[in-house]
Design a protein around this ligand. Sequence first.
Ligand SMILES: *Cc1c(COP(=O)(O)O)cnc(C)c1O
Length: 403
Amino acid sequence: MTNTVSQEQEALLRRYRESHLGVFGLPGLVLTHGDGARVWDSDGNCYLDLLGGIAVNALGHGHPDLVAAISEQAAQLVHVSNFFTTPAQIEAAESLLRVADAPEGSGVFFANSGSEAVEAAIKLSRRTGRSGLVAVGGGFHGRTVGALSLTHKEAYRAPFEPLLPEVTHVPAGDVEALRAAVDEGTAMVLLEPIQGEAGIVPTPPGYLAAAREITREAGALLVLDEIQTGIGRTGAWFAHQHEGVVPDAITVAKGLGGGVPIGALVTFGEELTGLLTAGQHGTTFGGNPLACSAALTVLATIERDGLVEHAAVAGLELARGVTDLAHPLVAGVRGAGLLRAVVLARPIAREVAVVARREGYILNPVAPDTLRLAPPLTITTEQLAGFVGALPGILEQAAQEQP
Ligand SMILES: *Cc1c(COP(=O)(O)O)cnc(C)c1O
């Protein structure tokens, strides 16, 4: 089956363009509904969603438990402000602390996005009395101005300079460079256990442990950005748990709400949790019961259905399947769990994504030679095997169209 885009869908996309800022470029499709790992466009074409809203739709589309939870919560309370709280907010925080293995005295600050979780981390770090910030080459931490200051990509940063001062970016994976950059002026080191936007690039084994030791010695905070890697995505609740490293805080978002916007800063231990005190930070929508009921349901469903283990097993099977194709256009597979990159032997990721879409697969060309896969954690091994079977044909068609 080959999907085509009708004139009606083209007309909707034109209306999008005429009513929005162009910051995202033109969307590829107008989507109307989904079921599990499948979505449909406004022409009725069906796609296997191998991007999952960029690692967001942890439970897939239309999950009955998520639909029920947010429907019931919406009928009770959608929002109450932070002058009040709700059972959903309390239970979501407790669940998050539990799956994060956070020690006694840890705490959650709920925000509405990943960038806002990072902003909260920056403010937390300032409460150490220091102001130096260290991040890593290729790192992505969001687009708000504070978070953007820690994001590395020049094209994202340059139009908005000057950004925050005293930010140092060190080469990724280089322990000695990190050691040299961190001193008694460093408030925080922020890094992703697996760099998502850089193309699913894991930190080398031992790097997180070294970062822990370096920051502890210098008295700086180690904050891990688990916004993309968290919530079971890599086959652990959080990617740093694979390495047994205990950070000072983590930032969470994307998968947490299963598609309902929510972010969180989790501070580990009493000392860290006490750094931000009453009145020093806030947000109107953060912790609202609708988003928190979604988060609570996402965490409970992942736990009940063993989706962390499923992500590990299905992700390994996917990686093996692609590797075993031994296709000349595939240079390798990176990542962990259901956060994977298929690295191509030629810079034709964009063309591959276009052909894949025609063939009914949503893929993300995260770099010129790299496809990102971050499907719902509920995707079946049969669905993944179907994609692996279709991949050679998609690659060959793309290579032919872009010789
Ligand atoms: C997506 C992402 C962010 C930013 O989250 P938003 O919700 O888009 O603000 C920050 N860090 C990482 C690692 C991400 O993947």
